[in-house]
Design a protein around this ligand. Structure first.
Ligand SMILES: [Zn+2]
Length: 300
């Protein structure tokens, strides 16, 4: 898979280069961008000025590891001037569709385009795709997206907007760090391994019931192992994730109670998708604040 992915990265880089550097293209409409996840759509929205239309392909709450594009999705992608996706194998069920589109569309895989020094290697020899969970790395992702947008419409204002958004991300980072100060025992137990970058940034030991992808279900042995870990370390609370069914984490909590340790479900964290409209987590900055508030309230 790794070899295939590397090849895929090369194709993408070549495609973006060939499509977006071949001179100005007459555009009667603004730059139409389709991003796979809500986090990426929000990023592009912040970078795009007037005349950039952005939509997220995946609806709120969708699990990007499992998301399969519908025919309508493929039509939306075909109509885009630029397709922005996370890469690093996050959109595991979309690879074929994206590969086909990359033959004739402008595409950028933000995660694959980041310098390797920012990425967390995994035991399987790949990289953790959940790059949005460290605002400093997300600021690097903003640079990648800004360059791709600039290559498509030549609007250099995108770099100023990227700088302004990077400042917002820097402030967010300081704010989260201060809020997390009150948490002494820094162990974050969640449904899957989405919070590795968060843990590295804010000094948390992160334990996911499922691995980096949700495509393999947790088994009874995984649940038993996690129950033992929580009981032994006397962890106060575990967290459900918005894009993963809660039953496995609930099974862990039940298992702990059966062993005499009353662990709480500390709330729902937004992991691989933004919250729906009207929640405080419908944009990236709000999602990060919401998660940290939830973690602090449950673990302090
Ligand atoms: Zn994930």
């Amino acid at each position: 898979m790794n070899r295939v992915w590397r090849k895929w990265g090369t194709i993408l880089a070549a495609t973006l280069f060939s499509f977006c550097r071949t001179g100005p293209q007459p555009q009667n409409h603004g730059l139409r961008v389709v991003a796979t996840t809500g986090m990426l759509a929000d990023l592009v929205q912040n970078l795009g000025g007037q005349g950039v239309e952005v939509e997220a392909l995946m609806p709120s709450g969708a699990d990007p590891h499992l998301y399969k594009p519908t025919q309508n999705d493929v039509a939306r992608l075909r109509n885009a001037d630029l397709i922005v996706f996370n890469g690093l194998h996050l959109e595991g069920k979309m690879i074929e569709a994206l590969e086909k589109l990359a033959r004739f569309k402008k595409v950028v895989a933000v995660g694959d385009s980041l310098p390797r020094k920012f990425l967390r290697p995994t035991q399987a020899g790949e990289f953790d795709p959940h790059i949005w969970f460290d605002p400093k790395i997300w600021a690097e992702a903003a640079k990648v997206a800004a360059r791709a947008m600039h290559r498509c419409n030549g609007d250099s204002g995108v770099f100023e907007r990227a700088k302004a958004y990077q400042n917002e991300l820097e402030k967010l980072d300081a704010e989260l760090r201060a809020a997390l100060d009150s948490v002494e025992v820094r162990i974050l137990v969640t449904a899957h391994d989405a919070f590795g970058y968060f843990g590295a940034a804010y000094g948390f030991e992160v334990v996911g019931l499922q691995g980096l992808s949700t495509s393999t279900e947790a088994g009874l042995r995984d649940v038993a192992r996690l129950v033992d870990f929580i009981v032994e370390r006397k962890i106060k609370a575990v967290f459900v994730e918005s894009s993963v069914p809660p039953r496995t984490i609930e099974a862990v909590a039940t298992g702990c109670r059966q062993k005499g340790w009353k662990v709480r479900i500390g709330g729902t964290l937004y992991s691989d998708a933004l919250g729906p409209k009207g929640t405080q987590a419908e944009k990236y900055l709000g999602m990060m604040r919401y998660n940290v508030r939830t973690i602090v309230a449950a673990l302090k």
